[in-house]
Design a protein around this ligand. Sequence first.
Ligand code: ADP
Ligand code: MG
Length: 341
Amino acid sequence: MALFRFFSNDVAIDLGTANTLIWVKGKGVVLNEPTIVAFDRSNKHIIAIGHDAQAMLGKTHKDIKIIRPLRDGAIADFEIAEGMLRAFIRKVSMTWQPARRVVVCVPSGITEVEKRAVRDSCEHAGAKEVHLIAEPMASAIGIGLNVHEPIGNMIVDIGGGTTEIAVIALSGIVSSESIRIAGDEMTNSIVQYFRRNHNILIGDRTAEMIKCSVGSAFPMKEEIQIEVKGRDLVSGIPKMIEVSSSDIRSALSEAVIEIVNAVLRLLEITPPELAADIYDRGIMLSGGGALLKGLDERLRRETKLPVHVAEDPLTSVVRGTGKVLENLNDYRSVLIKSTRY
Ligand code: ADP
Ligand code: MG
């Protein structure tokens, strides 16, 4: 049927620790959901994925478990992660035909076993051809950099579980570093800050909201006061307190310093010719963590280099992965080499 030709099932997937995004060939981004899965504890059957699973958080009974299977950029529970990936692929499939060609973006630090697990899951979902691409490479392509040039580019992608920093030139990753300090760690340090300094317990969602709305890495033009509700750890009664954006900045400072230091470490080992390119072009920030207020300014001060935040940093990886899918022949050299054969 001619009609089916419009419904391509080739997909590009950004399998992030916080969010999974899927690009369908010829259509663009069709799915953007949290990387969360709810399953039945007794038989490991998947009950819900993405938004649906997120809505169940904190409201489950003992038979249902909810996990973020890629929490630290590595696949904690293969079986569940595989089921989730298959369910996501099924969700975007337009026809009865399974996805034929799949390009998946994975954290650059994942192990051979994990790469194998990702390949296998896609194959079990019906893919005939599976390609993997490293996260900073996909991000660079999504940002629109020409990764084939003999020119060095530095990418810093700050996701939920990991921050990936890489220098890219000539279609390859020259040097990279992946640290397990990123958005989740920032959220967690806000929870800890309230516990230690105000004896009040706040939920992860509240902490995340505070981070995104008033969190910062550099003094703001105008510091603001916010009201925060939680449970008093002494009396057990709900309580409200007022804190300022500079308090939140101090809570985030340890995580920010770790990211800054990782960038400085990678700059230190960058070969001089590439360092000269980075001096001219600066550093590109992507991933949700790039949206932290003042992070670009902070990095600018610490590195004395130009720092740019990608346009729509939460989707740069999936857009890059999608571009690779759409133009596979131009981008074969940037894919992770398969060690299977
Ligand atoms: P991953 O690639 O690991 O799935 P993402 O690139 O999707 O991660 O980024 C998710 C992270 O970005 C989360 O930790 C989220 O809290 C964080 N984030 C999103 N928006 C903001 C914001 N405005 N300020 C600070 N952090 C943000
Ligand atoms: Mg990511």
